[in-house]
Design a protein around this ligand. Structure first.
Ligand SMILES: Cc1cc2nc3c(=O)[nH]c(=O)nc-3n(C[C@H](O)[C@H](O)[C@H](O)COP(=O)(O)OP(=O)(O)OC[C@H]3O[C@@H](n4cnc5c(N)ncnc54)[C@H](O)[C@@H]3O)c2cc1C
Length: 506
């Protein structure tokens, strides 16, 4: 049981999430956890929208939700609104929740398909409480029986990720994590294992450890700079390679959802926080210049910008091994997939969870690393397929970028999924990894892919029954929304900060 000294390199969201989770599990066992970060280098400074899984992360740390919401200026998130993806002028919401509820063990959407395939008009959104609540700008928490209409949903947060890292820093330091400020300039290797033995800072101090967690951001200082692990480039599938991010003053009521609007050469995000709105444009530099991207972004803000746009460069993909020798890459050092479905912080969380489950017991970490890499590869592949779905389930061909996607050869895993949906409305359920069937249904149906077939078991019910049952579910969903408070009101009661006491700099 010799692995007790852990060194985390990097103090962004990934670094402090890792430090908080590891200190929660291991401080009481006498582990020494050190985190090194450099204020001079700073953090990437973006990443505001999350998935519902983050609630489990916070709960496992024993974090009080209202305190967290105040500290991070968070709002609640019921899903993502996608505009102009299937066709120009289209919009739909990908909700964190089910459509209807299974009947006789059959997923609800097959009943909806029977209606459509028999010439009835019916909106899938009418069967989703989170979609209807988001559209109405309303929010409340799900009730205890999550199988009930009006409670069969999850929620996430939209928050200031810099504030989240600061919040977790307090948590981790109070549980014994030692923070070192400075730039790592060198690493020494263990002669026998070839792993990293210690890192040296620019002022000459050094830190030794048995296990290093590389949270150094896109640089990948240890996993790539020192170990030369290599990178799987996925830009043939997800070619957007730049982004600009800019906050602006919030206008209008606070909305419980993120918006992603497709553009000719990428897409634009809008994320409402308590005190401001985060905006950004993710684009493919082959088809739009940085200046034009800035112009498009700035001309579509809802209020005055509160900072200059920040330019970011990236290549989508992942490290060949996220765990190599005694270095585990968590966060941007491990890979990056564009933030269309808010998956980066989720992948950080997955990395931390897998690391804790597979925490090495000796210096021979090869087997632990192999299993970790298998799990994380699966997670990355699944997110990649889901993101790519948005670009290919479309009729758009109005710009070179959209035409590129029309001719693309898809990963087999994605083509199979699309075909199974188109032929009989079937969505494969993953045992591990993110995005359950309702997410796939939301995007495929939302972008105009309507199956030709359905689960034939639904035909056993008389059509009149199906109409009555679907009507009743739609009525229950609408009624649940009618009694839901406005998101802004709910926030005021639960977790909002009085604007008069916010720092002027916010
Ligand atoms: C355009 C864009 C939008 C995004 N939007 C979202 C989103 O909505 N939702 C989401 O979940 N994710 C999003 N992400 C991803 C999210 O920002 C990151 O996953 C998250 O911030 C974690 O970053 P990180 O901690 O890995 O890296 P960073 O924030 O870059 O932190 C790196 C740390 O390493 C330190 N460091 C680096 N080199 C050294 C060195 N030599 N010595 C000492 N310290 C060093 C730095 O000082 C810093 O503390 C987005 C990313 C981009 C690019």
């Amino acid at each position: 049981m010799g692995i007790t000294r852990i060194c985390i390199l990097g103090g962004g969201t990934a670094g402090w999430m890792t430090a908080a989770a590891l200190s929660n599990k291991y401080s009481s066992l006498g582990f020494e956890i050190t985190l090194i970060e450099s204020d001079a280098i700073g953090t990437v400074g973006v990443g505001e929208a999350t998935l519902p899984h983050i609630r489990m992360f916070n709960q496992a740390l024993g974090i009080d939700e209202a305190e967290f919401m105040r500290a991070t200026r968070a709002t609640f998130k019921l899903g993502i609104e996608f505009c102009d993806w299937g066709r120009l002028g289209d919009r739909y919401i990908h909700p964190f929740g089910d459509y209807g509820a299974p009947v006789d063990g059959i997923e609800f959407h097959h009943f909806w398909l029977r209606l459509l395939q028999n010439g009835h008009t019916s909106e899938l959104d009418d069967f989703s409480y989170p979609v209807l609540a988001a559209e109405a700008g309303k929010f409340r928490m799900p009730g205890p029986d999550v199988s009930r209409i009006g409670s069969n949903f999850g929620y996430a947060y939209q928050f200031d990720s810099g504030r989240y890292a600061k919040f977790l820093r307090g948590y981790a330091e109070s549980r014994g994590v030692t923070r070192m400020e400075g730039r790592v300039v060198e690493a020494t290797r263990d002669q026998q294992s070839g792993g990293i033995a210690s890192v040296t800072l620019d002022d000459g101090r050094s830190a030794s450890a048995d296990l290093f967690i590389d949270c150094s951001g896109f640089r990948g200082v240890l996993i790539e700079g020192e170990l030369g692990t290599g990178y799987e480039d996925w830009s043939r599938w997800l070619p957007c390679d730049r982004a600009q991010a800019v906050p602006c003053e919030a206008r209008g009521p606070s909305l419980p959802y993120t918006r992603a609007t497709a553009r000719e050469a990428g897409w634009q995000w809008r994320i409402p926080l308590q005190h401001r709105t985060g905006n950004g444009y993710v684009y493919w530099s082959e088809y739009i210049s940085d200046d034009d991207a800035t112009q498009q972004l700035m001309s579509t803000l809802e209020g005055p910008a509160t900072a200059d746009p920040k330019q970011l460069y990236f290549k989508t993909g992942k490290r060949r091994k996220l765990w190599n020798r005694n270095v585990v890459a968590v966060g941007l050092s491990g890979g990056f997939l564009e933030p269309l479905e808010s998956t980066s912080i989720y992948l950080i969380q997955e990395g931390i969870t897998a690391l804790i489950e597979l925490f090495p017991t000796s210096a021979d970490m090869e087997r632990d690393a192999a299993e970790y890499n298998r799990r994380m590869d699966l997670g990355f592949d699944r997110v990649r397929d889901f993101l790519l779905l948005h670009y290919v389930a479309t009729q758009r061909d109005d710009s070179p970028m959209w035409r590129y996607f029309r001719e693309m050869e898809l990963p087999d895993s994605l083509s199979e999924k699309i075909e199974a949906w188109k032929s009989r409305g079937y969505v494969q359920r993953y045992e591990h990894g993110v995005f359950l069937p309702p997410s796939w249904i939301a995007v495929m149906a939302g972008q105009g892919l309507i199956p030709q077939g359905r689960d034939r078991r639904v035909d056993a019910r008389p059509m009149a029954d199906v109409i009555q049952m679907t009507d009743s579910i739609a009525k229950q969903s609408h009624a649940a929304v009618a009694s839901t408070p406005d998101h802004g009101e709910f926030l005021k009661r639960y977790g909002a900060v009085d604007p008069s006491i916010m720092d002027a700099a916010e």
